[in-house]
Design a protein around this ligand. Structure first.
Ligand code: ACO
Length: 319
């Protein structure tokens, strides 16, 4: 599996911590000191589909392939515009990838890693050769904007990559799930409400999080998953050029760097500009480091995601 091209899309509207402090009881100092987040992009005119399509078109252009070569589309999302059709099918229609099999996966903030692992597994059947994999989220619509402990953390956006079965860049992949701890981070779907069980008028459900549980999970699980991925790939931590982690919180990333004995300089971040964009955060960051020319042929790169489920994934790539 080799990444041929990447792309990303962010909403036009930028909301700073100071902007939020004008409409709720929070401050730039509180948000920045606890998370590193300074601003985030919030969808106004954009939708999950429109951002996913923009990111997909850029990734296809960067990959320099015909859209008809794509035989697989996997979108990782928890905030698609429709329960059905899937986001992946909407993207397929918009980009004209008529030959592709398209479906979504839900793995919270690990979604892009799970999409990558799924594409790799499909490639190994020999029946699929080029995939468009994506993370796309409009988390702002999943927030209770009256709950300052969650709404300040998240942002909206989409990231995409075109991957090919032709060469092997993926040296290892580690994934895991802990459903027993899943309620630490949740958003209810529709309740059973039908002719035989009538609940009356329903309101939407929003994201609920036990922040300290999620924090402890992340700092415990992510270094272990990365260490396992490095061991499988037989790559020493010191030989890795960049560690691209899910952008939830600067303190989590600092703790992971410390546990791995690595300089924080190897952990590029965009959470200060974007907040936490769940499944989209890793591919958006990957697109940024590619555009900034930070990766050369032969470089070893670690990608790691962690989040709702609870789920986690880590892989080592040789660029
Ligand atoms: N502004 C001001 N004060 C706030 C805000 C806010 N936005 N939110 C909460 N507070 C208050 C609380 O009410 C509390 O006040 P109290 O002591 O009077 O009750 C106080 O700040 C401390 O709250 P804590 O929850 O203890 O703050 P903590 O230092 O733990 O930081 C945080 C909270 C940032 C969420 C932290 O727990 C964390 O980093 N968790 C990791 C979870 C995470 O990053 N989740 C992202 C999604 S999951 C994922 O992507 C993997």
């Amino acid at each position: 599996m080799k990444i041929l091209g990447t792309g990303s899309a962010l909403p036009k509207k930028v909301v700073t911590n100071d902007d939020l402090a004008q409409v709720m009881d929070t401050s730039d100092e509180w948000i920045k000191s606890r998370t590193g987040i300074e601003k985030r992009h919030i969808a106004v005119e954009e939708t999950t589909t429109s951002m996913a399509v923009e990111a997909a078109k850029k990734a296809i252009e960067a990959a320099k392939i015909s859209v008809l070569d794509i035989d697989l589309i996997i979108c990782a999302t928890v905030s698609s515009d429709y329960i059905f059709p899937t986001l992946a099918c909407e993207v397929q229609a918009a980009v004209g990838a008529k030959r592709a099999t398209a479906f979504d996966i839900g793995a919270g903030c690990s979604g892009f890693l799970f999409a990558l692992a799924t594409a790799d597994a499909y490639f190994r059947t020999g029946r699929f050769h080029k995939a468009l994999i994506m993370g796309a989220e409009t988390l702002s619509k999943m927030m209770d904007w009256g709950d300052r402990s969650t709404c300040v953390l998240f942002g909206d956006g989409a990231g995409a990559a075109v991957v090919s079965a032709e060469e092997n860049q993926l040296l290892s992949m580690v994934q895991g799930s802990d459903g027993e701890s899943g309620m630490a981070l949740k958003c209810d779907n529709r309740p059973v409400n039908n002719l035989y069980r009538q609940l009356g008028a329903q309101t939407y459900s929003y994201t609920e999080m036990n922040g300290s549980e999620v924090y402890k999970f992340a700092v415990r699980t992510v270094p272990t998953a990365i260490s396992e991925a490095l061991e499988q790939a037989k790559v020493p931590a010191d030989d890795v050029k960049l560690y691209l982690l899910h952008q939830a919180n600067r303190r989590i990333i600092e703790a992971v760097a410390k546990r791995l004995g690595q300089s924080l300089d190897k952990f590029p971040m965009n959470l200060q500009e974007c907040g936490n964009i769940s499944a989209a955060s890793v591919p958006i960051l990957l697109d940024k480091v590619c555009k900034d020319g930070m990766l050369q042929a032969g470089d070893k790169v670690v990608l790691a995601g962690f989040g709702a489920g609870l789920t986690w994934g880590a892989c080592v790539l040789e660029w």
